[in-house]
Design a protein around this ligand. Structure first.
Ligand SMILES: C[S@@+](CC[C@H](N)C(=O)[O-])C[C@H]1O[C@@H](n2cnc3c(N)ncnc32)[C@H](O)[C@@H]1O
Length: 263
């Protein structure tokens, strides 16, 4: 919300005139007409991505944080992502690459691309030189090479692995975010079979808040138990395949046939 001299913010406990906030430092306390006290702060990026309008489901801040750290998004990086959805991850990526880096987002749905554009531009105060949004399918529209990092958040990232391998620079990182175990399995196996990537690393994070008050220190009763799985792998040098894995697949890992052949 942009404050206006004559504006009023309506809450279910009464209105707060904007004029009471204008000129006050962040962290001020204001009282609504119903007598309730409110803390006044500018939103953090994590607040913004959870409350902005959504086209597609967004990546939660806990996973965006993992992606920034584990996919090693650095200032000055050339990053490609697909799809853009509502632009939540895009906001975090743009912040992490900074003014010297670039983010190119591929999105095949025009309506989602519009939602993402509005969300990103609203957060950053207008169009950004570092950001390019391409409306089109990742595999067909990808027109970049020497990319440092590729992030895929979509239903079928395995369909994009070959195109991603061609666009990534040697040593570059691919990171896929998927919601279900079947997607996870297919993504990992495709990366493994492709031959241009290191052994994929797959994981998830569970965040449990804690109630801390005097001697009552315990986990919260509720938590966000599942959001999604993450997979990362690194692009090998051109023409180089990783050495065979030292650990053989567990018996039955690849179905009946593999069980009998490993006996
Ligand atoms: C879950 S949403 C992405 C959410 C986004 N990461 C965010 O944080 O707001 C998945 C998006 O991927 C898009 N998509 C799926 N497959 C695609 C492809 N092959 N190329 C481009 N976009 C794709 C879908 O249209 C959808 O908007």
């Amino acid at each position: 919300m942009t404050l206006k001299e004559d504006g009023v913010f309506h809450t279910h406990k009464g209105g707060i005139p904007h004029s009471e906030l204008i000129g006050q430092p962040e962290g001020s306390v204001v009282r609504s007409s119903g007598g309730t006290q409110y803390l006044a702060f500018r939103h953090l990026l994590q607040d913004y991505t959870l409350s902005m309008p959504r086209g597609a489901a967004v990546i939660y801040p806990k996973d965006s944080a993992q992606i920034v750290a584990m996919a090693d998004i650095f200032p000055g990086a050339r990053v490609v992502e697909a799809g853009v959805g509502s632009g939540a991850l895009t906001c975090f990526l743009l912040r992490a690459v900074g003014s010297e880096g670039t983010v190119t987002s591929y999105e095949r749905r025009e309506d989602f691309a519009e939602v993402a554009t509005k969300n990103v531009e609203k957060f950053y105060g207008g169009p950004m030189d570092q950001w390019r949004l391409v409306v089109g399918d990742f595999v067909e529209a990808l027109d970049e090479s020497d990319v440092d990092r590729i992030i895929l958040d979509m239903l079928a990232p395995w369909e994009c692995v070959d195109a991603a391998a061609k666009a990534l620079t040697p040593g570059g990182v691919i990171c896929c975010y998927v919601a279900t175990t079947t997607q996870l399995s297919r993504t990992v196996e495709t990366l493994r079979e492709h031959g241009s990537f290191t052994e994929p690393h797959a994981w998830e994070t569970l965040v449990r808040d804690w109630h801390v008050e005097g001697l009552a220190v315990r986990p919260d009763h509720r938590m966000v138990g599942h959001t999604g799985f993450l997979v990362t792998a690194r692009r090998m040098a051109d023409g180089v395949t990783p050495p065979p894995r030292r650990r053989r697949p567990a018996k039955g890992a690849h179905g009946e046939e593999s069980s009998s052949s490993t006996r």
